[in-house]
Design a protein around this ligand. Structure first.
Ligand SMILES: [Zn+2]
Ligand SMILES: [Zn+2]
Length: 317
């Protein structure tokens, strides 16, 4: 089969990859796959990943132990737990210490013709969701994870720092949970898009105009984002962290202690509410697609992904 392969140093397009087979898992033919910032980190050598990257996808089940799944259009939860530990047994495979993660940790991903996943990871898609929208379900699920970790009081305001792919999805989700949602970013075009969805937007230049609120979500993926974010939480409020790229940052935690701020880290999330939100058109993602490339043009795709005004780059596989 063809696909992209990362050997720990270089990413290459290959046509000699072996079609995957894992006993007890479903074989999935990939239709579309999305590029995520985690993929960029992996290609820089983080996580020590080797193999086929990519984890945001939509595909068709070509073979599976349960024959009724064959031919179904699906998306897949990316964490695969051991199934035996206390986390797995309590439904928290996402925290299994022995887990593999699609295209991220010990498991080949979706930038290829085929991948495999256990059946329990798969969600059959309703017809209302278009193929091109489906790769957004995984990052959208991670936006919904915030609502699993923090009870957002409906009479409160939320500020989101970061107008990238994730910040744009989070602001759309938060509209249904908070009285007012404010997105702060530094990309005029992305802020204009958010405004179109009815979200209040502020350019970072005018951030001084903002008042402190109870919930602040940090989704900038930068070190300075954390400092900004702490400044806008009221005492006893919540600072919700979505960026993993700030690892190694030297953080000033004294405002956190002085204002008794709750810091909450959140990562991957539940697929079901993300699928429902997309099917019911409560979240719009199609206008976030910047460009679609065949896998062969992966170099162009990744360099387009780095352009300032790019939001989501999709591979048509
Ligand atoms: Zn991702
Ligand atoms: Zn486990």
């Amino acid at each position: 089969m063809y696909g992209l392969y990362f050997d720990g140093k270089n990413l290459t397009y290959r046509e000699d990859l072996e079609k995957p087979y894992k006993k007890g898992e479903a074989l999935i033919k990939i239709l579309y796959a999305g590029i995520c910032n985690t993929d960029k980190e992996i290609l820089k050598g983080y996580h020590n990943f080797k193999g086929i990257p990519g984890h945001e996808f939509v595909g068709i089940v070509e073979d599976a132990p349960s024959k009724e799944l064959v031919g179904k259009r699906i998306v897949g939860e990316i964490n695969v737990g051991c199934g035996k530990c206390a986390y797995c047994l309590s439904g928290l495979e996402r925290h299994c210490p022995n887990r593999t993660v699609l295209g991220i940790l010990g498991r080949d991903g979706v930038f290829a013709e085929y991948t495999t996943l256990p059946e329990k990871n798969l969600y059959v898609l309703p017809d209302e969701i278009e193929d091109i929208e489906a790769p957004f379900i995984e990052p959208l699920a991670s936006a919904f994870e915030i609502t699993e970790m923090v009870h957002i009081e409906p009479n409160e305001e939320v500020i989101i720092f970061g107008d990238g792919k994730l910040g744009l999805l989070i602001s759309q989700v938060m509209r249904y949970y908070a009285k007012r949602v404010i997105l702060v970013g530094k990309h005029r075009e992305k802020l204009t898009l958010a405004k179109k969805w009815g979200i209040n937007t502020y350019h970072l230049d005018e951030v001084d105009k903002l008042k402190r609120v109870r919930y602040v979500i940090e989704a900038t993926g930068t070190q300075s984002g954390f400092d900004y974010a702490t400044r806008y939480v009221v005492p006893r409020g919540y600072l919700i962290l979505k960026s993993t790229t700030a690892q190694g940052a030297s953080l000033n935690l004294s405002p956190v202690v002085v204002d008794e701020i709750h810091i909450i880290g959140t990562r991957c999330g539940p697929f079901a509410p993300a699928i429902t939100a997309l099917a019911e058109k409560r979240v719009s993602v199609k206008d976030m697609v910047t460009a679609i490339y065949p896998l062969k043009e992966y170099k162009e795709a990744f360099s387009k992904n780095d352009e300032r005004d790019s939001i989501k780059i999709i591979f048509e596989i």
